[in-house]
Every structure is written in C-alpha cells, then in structure tokens.
Write a protein that binds this ligand. Sequence first.
Ligand code: KIV
Ligand code: ZN
Length: 395
Amino acid sequence: MMTTETKTTDDDHVKIFDTTLRDGEQAPGFSMSTDAKLIVARALQELNVDIIEAGFAAASPGDSASVSAVASEIEGPTICSLSRLNVADIEASARALEPAKKKRIHTFIGTSPTHRDAKLKMSKIQILDKISDVVKFAVSVCDDVEFSPEDAIRTERDYLIEAIEAAIDAGAKTINIPDTVGYTTTEEILDLFSFLKENAKGAEDVTFSTHCHDDLGMAVANSLAAVRGGARQIECAINGIGERAGNCSMEEAVMALATRRDFYKLETQVKTTKIYQASVALARVTHNPIPRNKAIVGKNAFAHEAGIHQHGILADRRTYEIMDAESVGMPSNSIVLGKHSGKHAVASRVEALGFKVSKQKVEDIFPAFKSLADTCREVTDADLVKLVTGNGKTD
Ligand code: KIV
Ligand code: ZN
C-alpha cells in the first residue's frame, strides 16, 4: 500500500458537485418543495457550481417533478439525478433530466461486506455483473454517467478496484468514492485515493470524486485530503446539510481551497461572493437557521467581542481574520441595521441577501422594519428576509 500524495500539476480544477437538493434534502427537517428547490437551484447557478444533483427522480413523483423543474430552468451547471443501479431508476432519471442542456445520471450500489450481505444479499460476482450491465445501460441513455460504490470506505480494497474497473469499462466518466457513514480519517482517505488512482485500470480516463459524511465531524477535512490524493470533484452541500450529521460543507471546502491556494494549488470556479446569499436562501426555505458559530456563514464568523481581538482588528483585520466577510458575500459587519437606519441601508442589505426589490417594495416594508427596530437593538438578516418574503413569496 502506498502513502505518497498524487502530484496535482496537470489538473488544477476541482469540480464542485452540489448535493444540497438530494443528499441534503434527505436529512430529517430539510425536505423541500419544488418551489423551494428552485430557489436553492438559482442560488447554486449564481454560485457557478459545476454540477447540481437536483434529486432522486425515482424516489417519488414530487422528486421527479423537482428534477424536471430544475433541469428546465437552470443553465450553466450540469443537472444530475441519482438512481439506484437498476434500469427503472435510470429511465426515471433520464425522463426527468430530459429538458436539461447538460445532464448526468449518478448511479450507485453498495459494495462493502455489510451492504452486500445484510442489505443486498448479493454475492461479489453478482454485484460486479450488475455494475457492468446497468452502467452500460445508463451510458446508452446519457453520455455523462457517474458511478458510486456505496460505503466504499468499508469495502475491501481489492474488491473496490474490481467494482470501479467494471464501471469504468462500462463507460462511467466519474467514479465517486463515498464515505457513506463518515468513518474515514484524513490519512486513510488520502492513501485510498492515491491507491485507486494508481491501481485501477482506466483511472486516468475518469474523474475521481469524494463524497464524505460528517458523522465524526471530519467531512471537510477528509474531502480535502481526498483532493490531495487525486480527487478532482468534491460532493458537498450548502451549510453542510445531508444524511444524519450532514455532508461536506460546500462553503467550507470552497473557502479552504481559496484561502489556502498557496497549499492546495487548486481552483474551483465558484463565485465565492455568492456564498452567503445561498446559505441564507437555504436557511429560509428549510426554516433551519444558520448556526451562529457556523464557519464561513455564521453570524459570528467575522464578529469580534473580546477586547484584545477588537484592538487587533481595528489596527489590522488580518490579526484575527484569514478572509474578508465581503469575499463570501456577507454584508459588512460594520453596518448594523437598527432604528436609526434609513431606506437606502435597508435596500442595499436586502440586495446583498440576494433579493431584487423595487423602490416600492422597500417603501412597503419600511414601516414594519421601523416597528421591529423599535423593539430590538439590531434587525438581523433573518428578520429582513422575513420582512421581504412576507407570506413566503419573493419579488
Ligand atoms: O453517502 C452515500 O453513499 C451516498 C451515495 C448515494 C453516493 O449518498
Ligand atoms: Zn451521501
């Protein structure tokens, strides 16, 4: 087993595959209507992510409708639908993706001993045969196919190689290596990606992808380690939402690569100044507030209360800040909205939160803003979003 890192000089672009609308939505308390999904998908389009996993078309008629709605409206990113490894699921994804300009089918099957024995009750050979047959079918209906050996991290390495080679041979273009249960460590996943890239036949013709869950709070660190091992796609979600403890947080992974470009020497094509408005949009449509201490987008991410820190920040922000709030699109924390604020400040903050509002709309909400401001020290972004959206509608 080798432990060296793969050199990254020939390919310095890391694709961002956002699964907020699929894995993210699978988390209890985060389900979204088609309208809600469209609001998030528009934010993802503005962010310029490479791929949007819009849902799991075969899961329900509603999910299929959401994938179709996103596929019809969103341009730029590739639109993806998840499918179990069977013909019916793949056909459902292909139908839902029909309107998309750029489309991808993502198909998966469990490969670890627990998944084979307890869930699928299938032998290793049966699973390999199914990968060959069904991935070939998927490729016949969609040029761009991604394959995931679910629970890859707990799959025997020699068998994982066989599963991956079967998928590559059948025409998959992206091989995703999920840490389905958030079990791996940074050293282990770096080593695994290096090993797979070096040993799987056809590895040089496909993009390797990482998909880490956060059960041990290591999803972002593990995703970045996978990138060091040669992954060139990160699967992630806004605010880190996803099954159980969540997925790799999109904003954390993107800002780690941007802030430590000196170390990773890799780029994403994400417009980082659109991060905060995407985070706020997701919080709004799912009714799950952004935790105050959340890295990158939490209210405290760029706030300073301790005297020594305030002193340092006033002298030079770099004493206690490694990025600018503005670089993630967070309205400057020096402007606090309260009872003395005017319409201009309210309008500019509302726009920074991603809403396009008319002068009349600002006039309309201003009396309610003033009444609210009279009752508190500060009108928060969440308060503003409630005022603008009123009964849930946006301008
Ligand atoms: O966590 C996981 O294994 C998944 C797969 C469907 C990629 O979400
Ligand atoms: Zn997952």
